[in-house]
Design a protein around this ligand. Structure first.
Ligand SMILES: Cc1ncc(C[n+]2csc(CCOP(=O)(O)OP(=O)(O)O)c2C)c(N)n1
Length: 621
């Protein structure tokens, strides 16, 4: 790391000669590979954007100018160039460097990011603030072609293009979202990219017209193509131009000289600019180049071979397998993802039933309303989405699903603690969010065995139903096989004679509740255990019964306390004027930082051991 170790800020990058910049890029790549192979992280996106990051640091007047990274998962090289090399080994670990931009971590990070398609709005906001305060600065939103499938980008371009204040959108086009990119905009970008094809097409059509004099259908189509070819040849980026942006590019995003020239040109333009940069995801590491999707976000892996550790079956796998079985039996079943076919377990469905599978792009709002309409016209849509990204679609869920009474099934994956991706990715708000919605049903399986019957139930319920389950390995509580489901009814798993308290747990918290029961039993304290199964509607009668029988309730959930099932239990007791002592085991009203899931359960006192201490202290000291 001859050059990299001398770099503390972009001023140091500017001190390098142009000839040294490619070497700096190589060193950055090596460092990213070293740390991501150990810690896991967003590899492919970071490898692909190294030269662009170097060029930005070599050219911009940072930190006066500002870079807004969309999603932010591609900011590793930026972190390494802005005084964070010494901490880079702590990437994505507890108390370590975040895998995303974080202004609290460094002033070089312009804005928080993690959720897609916000960068243009942020750039418009920052550039307008500068204008209003009489400051001179240029703001650069760096956004991927995948993130360009998110609707917010067009709201922001519609607004920002009309304001005329100069700022630059750098479109980092690698033809990939996490999976292959989808949609009309993606096709349009391909047309811009393959501009040379149009030139050839124009030549071909001209020859065709000259050689053949006969008229008819083929000539008609020939003329159509000819007109398109001319249009795209002459007015590149016409869409962006119409939105008020000067379109520059496409530029080779791995050629630093070319990037620097174009950045210079862009900075001279006194209008919003869209600079189209072509990159390769995973660039420079063969396994990632060959398989950019697997290496998009990855756990630790063997650097020499690119191989990862085999994973144990997850809740996602369970969901995926059951949905396939159900779809074989019912042709009305349709699966929808917002750009995450692999992560949500829908890739197998897509392969088997391509006609009944939709990847809508990074468009959770559209996904929900689209799913609602499918559902109300006789299809059985299942939209699989990570809890954190479902937040995007709050209003669509409320209006276009719950109010519309659309029987959409939501498979809410990565619900609860997500871990190393940190604050932006924890799935801690879906319970509170969905519990507030009339007509919604929210269920949570306790293990791999109870997930399939819940999915069956959800599809048969003919109402809006969400099924939430966490990231990672699924518990398997073979001692407690699934019991028939009844809407809004919990299940008493264990009710020993003379129990002194009841543990009411939701979903993945049932396993620790059973563990806690054992820890208490070792002290001759016997506890009943209830799997709530439904977070909405809550089983009011069962909860009231438990309160009356035992007088002490511990409510366990892996979501935030405000609006959670614990508060729901308190509301039921208040409404029925029952007095019981209630302990709420939930995440507090705060953003939960990055760490391994187990570390976070320990930190927030939500392991069986920590709850044992809490129960003993409060009730049995
Ligand atoms: C609202 C939202 N939905 C889904 C995601 C998950 N996600 C993270 S990165 C990504 C793909 C981004 O593709 P692109 O913008 O092209 O960047 P690249 O990784 O290809 O550089 C997706 C879908 C997200 N971050 N935010």
């Amino acid at each position: 790391m001859v050059l990299l170790q001398k770099i503390n800020s972009s001023a140091d990058v500017k001190n390098l000669s142009r000839e040294q910049l490619p070497q700096l890029a190589d060193e950055l790549r090596a460092e990213i590979l070293r740390v991501v192979s150990a810690n896991g992280g967003h590899l492919s996106s970071n490898l692909g954007i190294v030269e662009l990051t170097v060029a930005l640091h070599a050219f911009l007047d940072l930190p006066n100018d500002e870079i807004v990274w969309d999603v932010g998962h591609q900011c590793y090289a930026h972190k390494l160039l802005t005084g964070r090399q010494a901490q880079f080994d702590t990437l994505r670990q507890a108390d370590g460097l975040s895998g995303f931009p974080k202004p609290r971590e460094s002033a070089a990070d312009a804005y928080v990011a993690g959720h897609s398609s916000t960068s243009v709005s942020v750039a418009v906001g920052i550039s307008q603030a500068a204008r209003l305060q009489g400051q001179k600065k240029r703001v650069y939103a760096v956004i991927g072609d995948g993130a360009m499938s998110g609707g917010m980008v067009y709201e922001a371009m519609n607004h920002g293009g009309d304001l005329h204040t100069p700022f630059t959108v750098i479109l980092n086009d690698n033809e990939m979202s996490i999976a292959a990119n989808v949609g009309a905009m993606s096709r349009y970008l391909t047309r811009l990219r393959t501009n040379r094809r149009y030139r050839r097409l124009k030549d071909r059509v001209t020859k065709f017209l000259l050689k053949r004099k006969q008229l008819g259908r083929s000539l008609y189509y020939g003329l159509e193509h000819f007109r398109d070819a001319i249009k795209y040849f002459l007015v590149r980026g016409v869409f962006f131009e119409e939105m008020g942006f000067v379109y520059l590019g496409p530029v080779d995003g791995h050629n630093i000289d070319e990037l620097l020239e174009t950045l210079k040109l862009a900075a001279q333009i006194d209008k919003p600019v869209l600079l189209h940069v072509i990159t390769q995801k995973g660039k420079g590491y063969l396994p990632a180049e060959q398989n950019p999707e697997t290496f998009h976000g990855i756990g630790s892996f063997d650097l020499a071979t690119g191989s990862t550790k085999p994973k144990k079956p997850s809740y996602t796998d369970c969901f995926s397998a059951r949905l396939l079985q159900l779809a074989e039996q019912d042709e009305r079943i349709v699966a929808i993802t917002a750009a995450m076919p692999q992560g949500t377990g829908l890739a197998a469905f897509a392969k088997k039933f391509p006609k009944r599978f939709y990847d809508v792009g990074i468009a959770e709002q559209h996904m929900v309303t689209f799913g609602g309409a499918l559902a109300l016209r006789g299809m059985r849509p299942v939209a699989a989405v990570y809890s954190t990204f479902l937040q995007r679609a709050y209003d669509q869920l409320m209006q276009d699903v719950c109010l519309a009474e659309a029987p959409l099934v939501l498979a809410v994956d990565r619900a609860g603690i997500v871990g190393e991706d940190g604050e932006t990715h924890q799935g801690l708000w879906d319970i509170a969010m969905l519990r507030a919605m009339p007509n919604m049903t929210l269920m949570a399986p306790r293990d791999a065995l109870t997930l399939p019957p819940m999915l069956d139930f959800a599809l048969a319920a003919f109402r809006p139903v969400a099924l939430r389950y966490p990231r990672g390995e699924a518990a398997e509580l073979a001692e407690y096989p699934p019991q028939p489901l009844v809407l809004g009814k919990g299940e008493v798993l264990s009710q020993p004679q003379g129990a002194q308290l009841a543990l009411l747990a939701l979903g993945d918290m049932v396993a620790p509740a059973l563990q806690l029961q054992k820890l208490l039993a070792a002290q001759q304290i016997s506890a009943a255990v209830v799997d709530l199964r439904f977070a909405k509607p809550l089983d009011e009668d069962l909860i009231a019964d438990m309160a009356q029988q035992y007088g002490r309730l511990l409510v366990m959930e892996d979501g935030v306390r405000p609006g959670g099932v614990g508060e729901g239990v308190l509301a039921i007791l208040a409404a029925r004027q029952l007095s019981a002592q209630v302990e709420l085991a939930a995440f507090p009203d705060e953003f939960v930082p990055q760490a391994k899931p187990q570390q976070l359960f320990e930190k927030y006192g939500l392991t069986a051991e920590a709850l044992y201490e809490r129960v003993m202290q409060r009730w049995f000291a």
